[in-house]
Design a protein around this ligand. Structure first.
Ligand code: MG
Length: 371
């Protein structure tokens, strides 16, 4: 029996993780749950999974949670950390930089992190990977990185990673991108996801963040990407003899989530089989229309705080876009400007990472929020 804590249990990945636990009650036990604001849902999940260690980030919702359920209740930052105690594997499924707190706490305590939060690795990759010295592990939940990880089983070395990208809702769109609305941008053709990641997918910044994520997970800078609109091949790895391994499946996030829980085994699950035969396309990226992945590669080469700057500027710009303050095309423009103008420095501690994040985020958010 594996003890599992889910940080961000009411979001898209969190709910799908709980589906897997429901399907495998003999394999997994939920020992900690936390979320941002959904007190009612958290209380219901606490009863369903007999889980007494509960965290809610919102101080306002803490009293409500207390009135709904008994248990060890935490709020604020403790909701990201204290609920981890007692777990073997921690699914970090919160969106945004706050995930870094949970990841660092889990790794410092030697836990296995099933990582769905990409921002923590993008902004704080150097600091996060240093914490692996305590014996913890990071298992990727992102479908592309899970694919690479699966391709690498039984291998000692590889030459190049080729991430696949669906291209998002606008790869084939030939209208005016500056006029697209948040409603259009969050409609992903193949995956059902939260708002932030859906917008990231529409700008292709999601692929940029994933390139940086791959750099830390697999310790390489030989990372390319290709547009694959069907989202059936989730990524590929090329080896020194020219052999290329790819991992494929019907697009369903429950597969990479479950693999991170069941590794090194492929556990039984109710799945949609690939309906073969089918035709698959692998198309070239258009970096003039979607420059975000290029900016991410630039941030990897620059090192230091560059990826943290890129991530913070993107978080602020996506929020401004979703709030109707800036047009879609300004998102990546704002990120590029931040990357080119913010002073360079090294990030040595988690406080440095949060310092950079907050200063860049607030500067951009305050500049545009009144527009
Ligand atoms: Mg992905």
């Amino acid at each position: 029996m594996k003890n599992i804590a889910v940080i961000g249990c009411t979001g898209s990945i969190g709910r799908q993780t709980l589906d897997i636990v429901r399907y495998n009650p003999d394999k997994y036990k939920i020992t900690g749950l936390s979320c941002g604001t959904h007190a009612q849902e958290l209380a219901a999940l606490s009863r369903e999974f007999s889980c007494k260690k509960l965290g809610i980030a919102s101080a306002d919702k803490y009293a409500e949670l207390k009135s709904l359920v008994d248990g060890e209740l935490f709020c604020g930052d403790d909701a990201l950390t204290a609920v981890i105690d007692g777990a073997d594997t921690v699914v970090v499924a919160v969106v945004g930089m706050i995930g870094l707190k949970a990841v660092l706490y889990a790794l410092k305590n030697g836990k296995t992190v099933a990582l769905a939060n990409k921002e923590s690795l993008v902004a704080g990759g150097g600091i996060v990977t240093q914490q692996l010295k305590h014996g913890g592990k990071i298992y990727p939940v992102d479908s592309e990185h899970s694919a690479v990880w699966q391709c690498l089983q039984g291998e000692n070395d590889f030459k190049r990673i080729i991430l696949t990208a669906s291209g998002g809702p606008f790869y084939f769109f030939d209208g005016d991108l500056s006029a697209v609305t948040p409603e259009q941008a969050v409609k992903h053709p193949n995956w059902s996801m939260g708002k932030k990641i859906s917008v990231d997918s529409a700008t292709m910044m999601n692929k940029g963040l994933e390139i940086i994520e791959a750099r830390w997970l697999f310790n390489t800078t030989d990372i390319d990407y290709v547009i694959h609109p069907e989202s059936i091949v989730h990524s590929m790895v090329e080896f020194c003899d020219g052999s290329v391994k790819a991992q494929a499946s019907f697009p369903d996030m429950r597969l990479p989530i479950q693999y991170a829980l069941s590794y090194p085994e492929h556990a039984e699950r109710d799945y949609t089989p690939l309906s073969l035969p089918m035709s698959l396309r692998f198309l070239p990226p258009d970096e003039n229309k979607f420059p975000a992945p290029k900016l991410a590669k630039q941030a990897i080469i620059s090192g230091g705080n560059s990826a943290a700057v890129l991530n913070a500027a993107n978080e602020a710009a996506v929020k401004l876009f979703l709030d109707g303050k800036i047009p879609f095309t300004d998102i990546v423009r704002i990120v590029e400007h931040a990357l080119n103008t913010e002073p360079k420095c090294e990030l040595k501690t988690a406080d440095d990472v949060f310092g950079t994040h907050n200063s860049v985020y607030n500067k951009i958010y305050c500049k545009y929020r009144g527009v």
